[in-house]
Design a protein around this ligand. Structure first.
Ligand code: ADP
Ligand code: MG
Ligand code: MG
Length: 247
């Protein structure tokens, strides 16, 4: 059975049909790429899933782990193990790596934040994502590649089953991008399911098991890479609606 099915999701903003009858099926343990040009509806679809836009502001159904689900806010989707890392990182620049990892979610002992435990746990999470800095370092003093890793460590401070990354490599250099893609592959070995929004064909081809293509708020198709192959022409045709060389 799929881990997640979104069926016939429709969402309007004033004057804009952002999503029209969009379908998405994600299998457990896979890396599922969602691709499409700017404005296709990718971020909106993931905001619907994660409760940023609660039921009532969209129509359609979400079946997660076998049951129909309507998240009323981000907290409730996180309790179900769905963690989204948005395009705009949600870090506090003037706070340390440890503080950011646990923000609002700090380990407590006798009612107080247990900073010894927090630092120990932060180091474990940092090593999981390959971040070797001092956990007391302020987030504003590390580069964007490392900041993205802090966001991922923060996701794993929660009990994540489905990790959603919205264009995670958009601001990263080639080395940082490669490190991040390798991490996602490593998480997959450990049974974590990921959804990665991207429009970079090379990285989609490098890691995706399935690819769902959105265009103008519509689902164009889902490609099962193992059986259909990730054909670059097919992806581009889906994204732009015609052959690239006929532009
Ligand atoms: P993508 O992530 O694929 O670039 P988005 O989901 O951000 O696309 O946007 C889909 C469409 O919805 C676009 O036309 C965008 O302008 C519009 N849109 C997104 N968010 C809002 C919003 N908060 N208010 C109004 N329109 C929005
Ligand atoms: Mg966009
Ligand atoms: Mg977007």
């Amino acid at each position: 059975a799929p881990l997640l099915e979104m069926r016939s999701i429709t969402k309007d903003f004033p004057g804009v049909k952002a999503l029209a009858d969009v379908n998405l099926v994600v299998r457990p343990g896979e890396i599922h790429a969602i691709c499409g040009e700017n404005g296709a509806g990718k971020s909106t679809l993931m905001k619907v899933l994660s409760g940023v836009y609660p039921y009532g502001t969209y129509t359609g159904s979400i079946i997660y782990q076998g049951s129909q689900t309507r998240f009323s806010d981000i907290r409730s989707s996180e309790r179900a193990g769905i963690v989204i890392i948005h395009q705009e990182l949600a870090l506090v620049p003037g706070m340390s790596i440890t503080e950011n990892i646990f923000l609002g979610n700090e380990p407590r002992r006798l009612g107080r934040i247990d900073w010894t435990a927090a630092n120990r746990k932060a180091l474990e999470l940092m090593s999981m994502v390959g971040l070797k800095d001092d956990p007391d370092t302020l987030v504003k003093d590390i580069g964007v590649g490392k900041q993205q890793l802090v966001e991922i460590a923060k996701a794993f401070a929660k009990d994540v089953k489905l990790l959603i990354l919205d264009e995670p490599t958009a601001a990263l250099n080639e080395n940082d991008s490669r490190h991040l893609l390798d991490l996602l592959k490593g998480f997959k070995q450990r049974g974590i399911t990921s959804i990665m929004i991207s429009h970079k064909l090379n990285e989609i081809e490098a890691i995706a098991d399935s690819i769902t293509i959105l265009r103008d708020g519509h689902t164009i198709e889902t490609i099962d890479v193992a059986s259909d192959g990730a054909n670059e022409d097919r992806i581009v045709r889906g994204m732009v609606g015609r052959e690239l060389n006929s532009r």
